[in-house]
Design a binder for this molecule. Structure first.
Ligand code: BTN
Length: 249
């Protein structure tokens, strides 16, 4: 994939800028990269802490040749590419670290969230017009002025590796790994669910799915072909789909 990087100082959200560009015909591979976001967002209306000069906030325009039922593959492939990016740092890290994916879009470093992934799509009928893949990777983030819950649950490469990292170096590595994972995805050739299932830490754990009408508990047993999390409950198996709130209990 050929990347065309559109660099901005401050934006509301790179998702908005990338969407506008995609609507005006920007090709697959257009990347909007911002130094800071004033309204960075995560799923379920969460705010994404986006201070200037510290981390990577980017949105990539994709024009997937996937069926809508396979839309989740974009998130799964991106999570694997982020994991590849973290793994590439291992030989140079001054101390050991652990990496994991928490279903469906959280990448963890030493058990804390280091990266969030957000996909927003535009469809006409059963065809993608485009998808925007947003990635927030906490490279050198300081959480001093972040809300207390973010301070507790989130981390950065700097915090876990013990030294600041070069954002441009991490960006180059991330784009390379996205390219390796994503280009075949756009062509609809590779199903990432098998590898994702091997890397996701949620399988085998007790979870609670928030159904809106109360929680349903069970054991996460497998990843379905569309990326859903299959949970075995007393009433049989149920599928948690992207966007459903699932927490480990
Ligand atoms: C999540 O974990 O809920 C997803 C967080 C996604 C954050 C990134 S930062 C770049 C892009 N712009 C946004 O406003 N959000 C995504």
């Amino acid at each position: 994939m050929r990347f065309d990087i559109v660099r901005r100082e401050v934006v509301t959200s790179t998702m908005d800028v990338a969407r506008e560009l995609a609507e005006r015909g920007a090709p697959e591979g257009t990347v909007v990269l911002a130094d800071a976001q004033t309204a960075g967002r995560g799923r379920a209306g969460h705010v994404w802490h986006s201070p200037p000069g510290q981390s990577l906030y980017l949105s990539l325009v994709l024009r997937p040749r996937l069926a809508p039922a396979q839309a989740g593959w974009i998130t799964l492939s991106a999570a694997l590419a982020v994991l590849d990016t973290l793994e590439a740092l291992r030989p140079f890290a001054p101390q050991p670290f652990s990496t994991a994916i928490k279903w469906f879009n959280d990448v963890l470093l030493n058990g804390r969230k280091v990266c969030g992934i957000l996909v927003e799509s535009s469809l006409t009928g059963a065809q993608f017009d485009f998808a925007v893949l947003g990635i927030g990777l906490n490279v050198n983030t300081r959480f001093d002025d972040a809300p207390a819950d973010v301070q507790q649950r989130a981390t950065s490469l700097r915090r876990e590796l013990g030294h600041p990292l070069d954002r441009e170096h991490i960006l180059t590595s991330l784009l390379k790994h996205l390219d390796e994972r994503q280009i075949e995805l756009s062509l609809g050739q590779r199903n990432p669910t098998g590898e994702y299932a091997r890397r996701v830490e949620t399988l085998g754990k007790q979870v609670e799915i928030d159904t809106g009408a109360g929680g349903v508990r069970g054991r996460a047993v497998r990843i379905a072909d569309d990326g859903s999390l299959i949970v075995a409950t007393d009433q049989g198996e149920i599928a948690a789909r992207f966007g459903d709130l699932v927490r480990q209990v």
